[in-house]
Design a protein around this ligand. Sequence first.
Ligand code: AMP
Length: 468
Amino acid sequence: MLSLYNSLSRQEEPLPEQRKLRLFVCGPTVYDYLHIGNARTYLFFDFFAKLLRARGYEVHYLQNITDIDDKIIAKAITEGKETKAVAERFTKAYFEDMKALGVDAVTTYAPATDFIAQIVAQVERLIDKGFAYKIDGDGWYFDIAKDPDYGTLSGRTAAQAEDGVTRIDESVHKRNKGDFCLWKFTQTSLENLEPRWPSSLGSGRPGWHIEDTAISEFYFGPQYDIHGGGVDLKFPHHEAEIAQQESASGLKPFVRLWMHGGSLTVDGKKMSKSAGNFVTIRDFLEVHSAAVLRWIVLNHHYRSPIDYSERIAAQAVTELEMLYGLALQAREAAMRQNGPDDAASHAAGVTAGKAWKEHIEAALDDDLNTPKALALALAMLKDKELDAAAKYALITEMDAFLGLAIEETVREAGAIPPEIARKFMEYQDFRSNKQFIQSDALRAALEGLGYVIRDSQEGSFIAKRFTH
Ligand code: AMP
């Protein structure tokens, strides 16, 4: 039974019993190319949705796309383009990047500007119920003092809320410093560039937080199962979402389980556009395979930070090489066995495989301990007692949620050509005769040809280099 840490209750909780789950994850603001910090969040939730599906859950994975925002408007002004053109360009880039990373578990993408009617209707309900007020010439604001539960998620009081205010929420006329904008009136100074929607609220555009609840209410209703995002969004963004939706509907809890992923950092500092310490997904993929980033993500617990460096990437390449190499060995051994099979040892292997599977599932059950699951997967592939077919079956079954393209990669690597196999045998002879100078030279020559020799307790093996 999967149990997950709920940021709202601050404890681990079992996943809801029902087989249909509604999952919402905050999507990107499309004003530039995404960096690998953003990718960490999307790769993790891609894994999570795939794991749930592999376990028989029917998951509706919904993601908004923030295609109207101050940052997009600022970019449009700098580039002398329409806001819509900027948003479309980077939405397309986002989809390309996700495709390149194999992130394909999202069921519905919902751009904010397709939901203006729902946004306006939700703000109207907040006004009718007395939670929102108007500042002339500025916009409609949410009054956080009217919501006694405000701050439950982040553990902040209304008085501590002021540091979470973004530019769109700034106004000296607010009732409380932490009040946030629901609907921003069109600013005359920006009239030509700022997109605006005529509405009962006045001509304007949505605030930052309202699109998520308008979109999730449209697809899921006022209450749903799981909301995810990076920990940086917990406050003020997710706190504001709770305030909006629970005030609009009068129903609590808005979301049953809140999941927050840790940040990807560089030298301990969160990777972000504004800090300038970022690597775009595109730049990363120029150098490394997509699986390398996925491995880095899954080889850390999702709530821990990942301090990214080239060293971490190089280590991931080595570990992945090991995984693919062992999977290839298992596949080839299984194919060799595919003749006069020893039924008794095969049965023993399958039983041993079951025990491994249970260990791995238990690690994942424990708030998604993916680093442990990966370590167990490697240990399973090295287990001499385990039948090769059982190994290969288990690792490829796991790949439905690991997303490391194990089967394709290993199949493409193919068999080792005879002349390489011969050189490898020579290498092993040198090693057993302790002729290390010769064996090292041969290893280097083989590496030059794109083959990697791995020495482990179980012996040496050679495999084509799978990744970079
Ligand atoms: P944004 O476009 O800034 O709203 O970010 C899109 C998603 O990426 C959100 O879920 C953020 O929490 C996440 N995100 C942004 N920066 C990082 C980072 N350095 N590490 C992990 N996730 C991040």
